[in-house]
Ligand binder design. Structure first.
Ligand code: SF4
Length: 344
């Protein structure tokens, strides 16, 4: 028992020293304040960290406080979120800002149970914000932490999320010097050293403490997750033009790309011909097929077919000139639709 406690202290101390020396530079680390942290956590769910780093300053400059986001129009955050994907996160961030403004005097709450009351905040984000922004002694587990702990303790059978990993992360954070440094360091260590494929074991500061490395099992731990086959969908987008303007509609507030804007589009689980598309969108003009592309998301592959037509202005659509489109919240698939139209 005594030997195990020493090992855990050695592990936390090693991670903290490593992180203090090598931490990557990100804007939310340079301007360290709780609101900036929680925004970066929302942005980083499912998005590569370099893309988050490139976009975070713009978001913070427009919404420097929870109150500023709370009082804005939702379309503004959706517009700034373009290209980051998973737009539900932008809506959750806005709703969280509203809760902070109403219930927490416009501040980011510091306790895990308070953070869990915010829309879109689960156990991981609550732990990350409480520990990294407020130095609370609470654990966090993401896929990086899970992988590092499974390898260090040679545990090959744990699915993520697992009770074992959360318990182990908690035991470690209890004995570390600074929860803020240890938790962020552990995640970063998994992201840059103890990576899923080809971990950098040579030169790894944890090598002598790593049970998987000692047994040569680091590449087999954790076991890869079985990935589900992606769902195939067919979307039919029609670029409708009236004079110099294009017609747009807003998607439903539920499901994929909720509340984002698009050219009139039919989502279908089967292939459709242009007459069916025309009928479903109630367009009377003749459609011309101008291109197609595949758009791949984590759980689906969408075949886009793009048509164009000319028609007189119709009040069902919002009509915009191309110079007005930069601010319109369009998912990246719809930007590709417009690109198909521009090159034809
Ligand atoms: S020795 Fe290899 S597997 Fe073990 S912690 Fe270091 S990088 Fe990860």
């Amino acid at each position: 028992m005594a030997r195990k406690e020493t090992t855990k202290k050695e592990i936390t101390s090693c991670i903290e020293k490593w992180f203090l020396k090598t931490a990557r530079v990100f804007p939310w680390r340079e301007e360290d304040f709780p609101w900036g942290r929680i925004v970066s956590e929302f942005m980083a769910q499912q998005t590569q960290i370099d893309r988050v780093a490139a976009r975070w300053p713009e978001l913070m400059s427009r919404f420097p406080t929870p109150e500023s986001l709370s009082s804005s129009d939702e379309q503004e955050i959706l517009s700034l979120w373009q290209g980051l994907g998973y737009y539900r996160r932008a809506k959750n961030l806005k709703q969280s800002a509203e809760v902070m403004t109403q219930n927490f005097a416009g501040e980011v709450p510091s306790e895990v149970n308070e953070l869990l009351s915010l829309p879109g905040v689960g156990k991981y984000t609550a732990g990350a914000v409480a520990s990294i922004a407020f130095d609370k002694r609470v654990p966090i587990v993401d896929t990086n932490v899970h992988r590092v702990l499974c390898r260090l303790f040679n545990n090959s059978n744990e699915p993520i999320p697992s009770k074992w990993t959360w318990d182990m992360a908690e035991e470690l954070v209890k004995v570390c010097r600074s929860p803020k440094i240890f938790n962020e360091g552990l995640m970063e260590f998994g992201a840059v050293i103890c990576t899923p494929k080809s971990p950098e074991c040579n030169g790894c500061p944890m090598q002598s403490k790593c049970e998987a490395y000692g047994k040569g099992l680091q590449n087999q731990i954790p076991k890869p997750k079985k990935s589900l086959p992606r769902k195939q969908e067919h979307h039919y987008a029609v670029v409708v033009q009236s004079g110099e303007e294009l017609g747009f509609e807003q998607r439903s507030s539920k499901g994929l790309w909720a509340d984002m804007w698009q050219v009139p589009t039919v989502d279908s689980s089967r292939t459709l011909n242009k007459h069916e598309v025309s009928e479903m969108l109630q367009l009377e003009s003749e459609l011309s097929r101008i291109g197609s592309f595949e758009h791949i998301l984590s759980h689906r592959i969408i075949s886009f077919t793009v048509f164009s037509c000319r028609m007189s202005r119709d009040s069902r659509f919002t009509w915009l000139k191309s110079e007005d489109l930069a601010e319109l919240p369009l998912a990246s698939a719809q930007r590709k639709v417009l690109a198909v139209h521009c090159v034809t």
